[in-house]
Design a protein around this ligand. Structure first.
Ligand SMILES: Nc1nc2c(c(=O)[nH]1)N[C@H]1C(S)=C(S)[C@@H](COP(=O)(O)OP(=O)(O)OC[C@H]3O[C@@H](n4cnc5c(=O)[nH]c(N)nc54)[C@H](O)[C@@H]3O)O[C@H]1N2
Ligand SMILES: Nc1nc2c(c(=O)[nH]1)N[C@H]1C(S)=C(S)[C@@H](COP(=O)(O)OP(=O)(O)OC[C@H]3O[C@@H](n4cnc5c(=O)[nH]c(N)nc54)[C@H](O)[C@@H]3O)O[C@H]1N2
Ligand SMILES: [Mo]
Length: 678
C-alpha cells in the first residue's frame, strides 16, 4: 500500500445511502490524512468523488470542531441546544438505568427507536439492532420514510424487492428507462457513466427535466402521480403493435388475462388526457421499450406518491408483458441488496434470534403523533438518522420532542437539529475511523471500509456504543459483544472474494462475478406460484386490487400546486448540511416554478414566496425555471433547520401522508399554495 516511506494510500468505500458506493483513496503523509479522493482504479467512480463528498470528506467529517467529541447531557430546555460534557460511564449508566426503569414499569414497549442509513456499512448500520432485538423495543420501520411501498409492491409481484438487473448488462440493452429517479443527483457516477454511456435508447419519465432527463433521447414529463395510467397507456400500445411476448406471458406471468381487458380503454389519447404526455410520445416510448431487450430502473421518487406501490406493480407489468427478464440487457431494478447473490447472510449482523417477543414496528409517518402522548413511549433512541430534518410533520415532531417525561438519546457525529432535543447525546465515530464492509445497492459489489484515522475525540463506532449499553443493561448473550473483525470475517467467508479482509483492502471494490449476472436467469420467481404475480393472492388478501390498475392522482385543487422535494446534488439527505463550503454552494433555499405558473401567480425570479398548506408554511426564494412542468414546484430536501432563516426546512410542509402500500411516505404528493411575499 505504501508508495513512499512517508506517503500511504488507504483504500476504502463510501458507505452513504447512494447508488454509487464509490471507491475512495485516503492519502496520508507522515501518518496524517492530507486528502480524501476517489480511487483511480475504481470502475464505478473512476478516480473522482462527487462534489458533496469531495467537500464533506475533506471538510466537516474530519473537522474536530464540527464533530461531537464527548458524550453530552442536556442542561438547557429541550431543543435549545445547551449541553455539558459528561464521561462515557456516566452517559451509559444514565441511559441504562432509565431504560431499566421503563422496562420495569411499562415493558420494553415503552421504548421506541429510530434509525436509518446515516451509514450503510454492514456493522455500523446493523449491529445496534442486536441490542434492540434483545431489549424488545418498538422499532420505527426504517423504510417507511423512504421506500417501503416499493418493497411491499415488489414482494407481491416478483417475490423479492432486492433482486434487480446487474447494471453491467446495460451493454446488451437496446433501451434504458429511468422512471421517477434522478441519477444526476442521487447517483452522480451512475448518471455520468452508466446512463450516459449506455448504448441503447434512453428514456426518462419524470415531472422534472433534471440533468439526467436532459441527457435522455426521450423525456416524458408527466403530471406527478399519473404513472399507473401512463404504464397502462404504454401497455395498450404494446398490445396494439403485437409487442406482447405471449410465450413468456403464458409460461411465467399470472394475471395478464385480468389486465388485458382493461387496456381497451387506455388509449394513448386517454393517457395524454390524464398524464399530459403527448399521445405520440407515449406511443414512441412504448415502441422503443417493446423493441427490447430493455432495462427499467424504477426510481425511489416514483413510489413516494399516493399510488406508488401500484405504479411499481404497473412497471413490472410492462417488463413482464414484453418478456424482459432472464436474459442479457433485460430486467427491472429498484435496489440490488440481495444477500444470496453476494453470499452474505442478511440476518447475521442483526441477530433476530435475540428477540424474546415478536417484533413491533410503527411507521415514520405516525412518529410525531405517537411521541406526543405520554401513554405510548417514555424513551426515544435515535442513531444513523436525523428525523427533525427528514421526517414529516416537522413542527408537531419538534413539539412532541419537548415533552418533559420523554427521555431522548441521540447517537450522532454532529449536533444536529434532532440532537438538540436529546437528554443525552453520544458521539459516533465516522466511516474513516473503523473497519467494516460496504455492499452497493446498485452495483453488485463488496468493498472494504478501512480505518484511516483514530476516532475523533472520544467518539466510538455505533457497535461499540451498543456493546457498552448491553453490558450496562446486564445482558449476557454473546452476540451482543461479538467483535467487528469476527463479523467481517464471517460475512466475507461465503462471498466470491477469495481472500482476507486485508486482501480486500488492498484491492478496493470487488464485483461478485466477472460477467454480468442475469436477473432471474432460470425464470423462477420467488413468489408463491414461482411466476411473476401481476395477480397476487397475497395483495388481494391485504386489501389491494388483484392486479395493478390504471390509477392516477386527481389534479391539484384550485389554488394549489404539487411540491416535489427530492434529493439535492450538494446534500446527502441531511448529511453535509452543516459543512460551510456546502452551505455556500447551496445558497438560500429555493423553490423552482415554471414560467407559466410564475406569471399566473405573480412570482418573479429572486422573490420571496410563501408556501403554505394545512401542515405549515415556509418562505423560499423563487427560481423561475423550465425544469419543472406547470402545476409542479420543486425544492430539494436535506437542509439543517438551524441554518435556515425560518428555522425550518421543506418538511415543515409535509403532512406525512401515506402511500398505498407499506405505510410508507408519499412525500412527493404534498400540495401547497404559493404566493409572493410582497
Ligand atoms: N421532504 C422530503 N423528506 C425526505 C425525503 C424526501 O424526498 N423529501 N426523503 C426521505 C428519505 S428517502 C430518506 S432515506 C430520509 C433520510 O433521512 P435521514 O436518515 O435523517 O438522513 P441522513 O442524512 O442519511 O442520516 C442521518 C444522520 O446520520 C448521521 N450519521 C452518519 N454516520 C453515522 C454513524 O456512523 N453513526 C451514527 N450514529 N450516525 C451517523 C449523520 O450525521 C446524519 O445526521 O429522509 C426522508 N425525508
Ligand atoms: N445527492 C444525493 N444523493 C442521494 C440522496 C440525497 O439526498 N442526495 N438520497 C439518497 C436516498 S436516501 C435515496 S432514497 C435516493 C433517492 O433517489 P431518487 O430515486 O432519485 O428519488 P428522489 O430524489 O426522491 O426523486 C427522484 C425523482 O422522482 C421524481 N418524481 C416525483 N414525483 C413523481 C411522480 O409522481 N412520478 C414520477 N415518474 N416521478 C416523480 C422527482 O421529480 C425526482 O426527479 O437517493 C439517494 N442518493
Ligand atoms: Mo432514502
Amino acid at each position: 500500500m505504501a508508495t513512499t516511506s512517508k506517503q500511504e494510500i488507504i483504500l476504502t468505500t463510501c458507505p452513504k445511502d447512494c447508488y454509487d458506493s464509490c471507491g475512495i483513496a485516503v492519502i496520508k503523509e507522515n501518518g496524517a490524512i492530507t486528502r480524501v479522493r476517489g480511487d483511480l482504479n475504481n470502475p464505478i467512480n473512476r478516480g473522482a468523488l462527487c462534489g458533496k463528498c469531495a467537500v464533506g470528506y475533506n471538510g466537516v467529517i474530519r473537522d474536530p470542531k464540527a464533530r461531537l467529541n464527548t458524550p453530552l447531557k442536556r442542561v438547557g430546555a429541550k431543543g435549545e441546544g445547551k449541553f455539558e460534557p459528561i464521561s462515557w460511564d456516566e452517559a451509559i449508566d444514565t441511559i441504562a438505568s432509565r431504560l431499566k426503569g421503563i422496562v420495569a414499569d411499562k415493558g420494553p414497549e415503552g421504548i421506541v427507536y429510530a434509525h436509518y442509513t446515516g451509514t450503510m456499512s454492514k456493522i455500523g448500520y446493523s449491529f445496534p439492532t442486536r441490542f434492540f432485538n434483545r431489549l424488545g423495543a418498538v422499532e420505527v420501520e426504517p423504510d417507511t420514510v423512504c421506500n417501503m411501498a416499493a418493497n411491499v409492491s415488489l414482494d407481491y409481484t416478483l417475490g423479492t424487492a432486492q433482486v434487480g438487473f446487474d447494471p453491467r448488462t446495460v451493454k446488451d440493452a437496446n433501451c434504458v428507462v429511468v422512471w421517477g429517479g434522478n441519477p444526476s443527483h442521487s447517483g452522480p457516477h451512475m448518471h455520468k457513466h452508466w446512463f450516459q454511456e449506455a448504448p441503447g435508447t434512453k428514456i426518462v419519465i419524470d415531472p422534472v427535466r433534471h440533468a439526467t432527463a436532459e441527457k435522455a433521447d426521450l423525456h416524458l414529463q408527466l403530471r406527478p402521480g399519473t404513472d399507473g395510467a401512463l404504464a397502462f397507456a404504454m401497455l395498450h400500445v404494446l398490445r396494439r403493435e403485437n409487442l406482447i411476448d405471449r410465450k413468456f406471458v403464458g409460461s411465467h406471468v399470472l394475471g395478464w388475462d385480468e389486465i388485458e381487458p382493461m387496456l381497451d380503454a387506455c388509449t394513448p389519447e386517454w393517457g395524454e388526457s390524464i398524464t399530459d404526455v403527448p399521445a405520440a410520445q407515449i406511443e414512441e416510448a412504448a415502441r422503443i421499450y417493446g423493441s427490447g431487450p430493455s432495462l427499467l430502473l424504477m426510481g425511489q421518487g416514483l413510489q413516494r406518491t399516493y399510488f406508488g406501490g401500484n405504479a411499481y406493480r404497473a412497471c413490472v407489468a410492462l417488463a413482464a408483458a414484453t418478456g424482459n427478464y432472464g436474459k442479457p440487457g433485460a430486467g427491472t431494478l429498484f435496489i440490488n441488496t440481495d444477500g444470496k447473490i453476494r453470499g452474505m447472510d442478511g440476518d447475521y449482523v442483526t441477530a433476530p434470534q435475540l428477540r424474546r417477543t415478536p417484533r413491533k414496528a410503527v411507521s415514520h409517518m405516525d412518529v410525531a403523533g405517537l411521541l406526543e402522548s405520554p401513554d405510548n413511549y417514555d424513551a426515544f433512541l435515535c442513531y444513523n438518522i436525523n428525523p427533525v430534518a427528514s421526517n414529516p410533520e416537522q413542527t408537531r415532531l419538534r413539539r412532541a420532542l419537548t415533552r418533559d417525561n420523554l427521555f431522548t438519546v441521540v447517537v450522532e457525529l454532529f449536533q444536529t437539529d434532532t440532537a438538540d432535543y436529546a437528554d443525552i447525546v453520544l458521539p459516533a465515530a465516522g466511516f474513516l475511523e473503523y473497519d467494516d464492509l460496504v455492499t452497493g445497492y446498485f452495483n453488485l459489489t463488496v468493498g472494504p471500509q478501512s480505518k484511516a484515522m483514530e476516532p475523533i475525540g472520544e467518539s466510538l463506532p455505533n457497535q461499540e456504543i451498543f456493546r457498552r449499553l448491553a453490558r450496562a443493561m446486564g445482558y449476557e448473550e454473546p452476540e451482543l459483544y461479538e467483535d467487528d473483525r469476527s463479523i467481517i470475517d464471517y460475512l466475507l467467508k461465503d462471498t466470491s472474494f477469495n481472500g482476507t479482509f486485508e486482501d480486500l483492502q488492498k484491492m478496493g471494490t470487488h464485483f461478485v462475478t466477472d460477467e454480468p449476472v442475469i436477473q432471474f436467469p432460470d425464470l423462477k420467481f420467488p413468489t408463491p406460484s414461482g411466476k411473476i404475480e401481476l395477480y397476487s393472492e397475497q395483495a388481494e388478501k391485504d386489501g389491494f386490487p388483484r392486479v395493478p390498475q390504471p390509477l392516477y392522482d386527481e389534479r391539484s385543487k384550485q389554488g394549489y400546486v404539487r411540491l416535489i422535494t427530492p434529493a439535492s446534488d450538494w446534500l446527502m439527505n441531511d448529511t453535509f448540511g452543516n459543512d460551510p463550503r456546502i452551505i455556500q454552494e447551496l445558497g438560500a433555499a429555493t423553490v423552482a416554478v415554471n414560467p407559466r405558473d410564475a406569471k399566473r401567480l405573480g412570482l418573479r425570479e429572486g422573490d420571496d414566496a410563501k408556501l403554505s398548506n394545512e401542515t405549515g408554511e415556509l418562505v423560499l426564494k423563487v427560481k423561475v425555471s423550465e425544469q419543472v412542468r406547470p402545476g409542479v414546484v420543486l425544492s430539494h430536501k436535506g437542509r439543517w433547520l438551524k441554518n435556515e432563516r425560518g428555522r425550518a426546512n421543506v418538511n415543515v410542509l409535509n403532512p406525512g401522508h401515506k402511500s398505498d402500500m407499506g405505510e410508507s411516505s408519499a412525500v412527493h404528493g404534498i400540495e401547497v399554495a404559493i404566493a409572493p411575499m410582497r
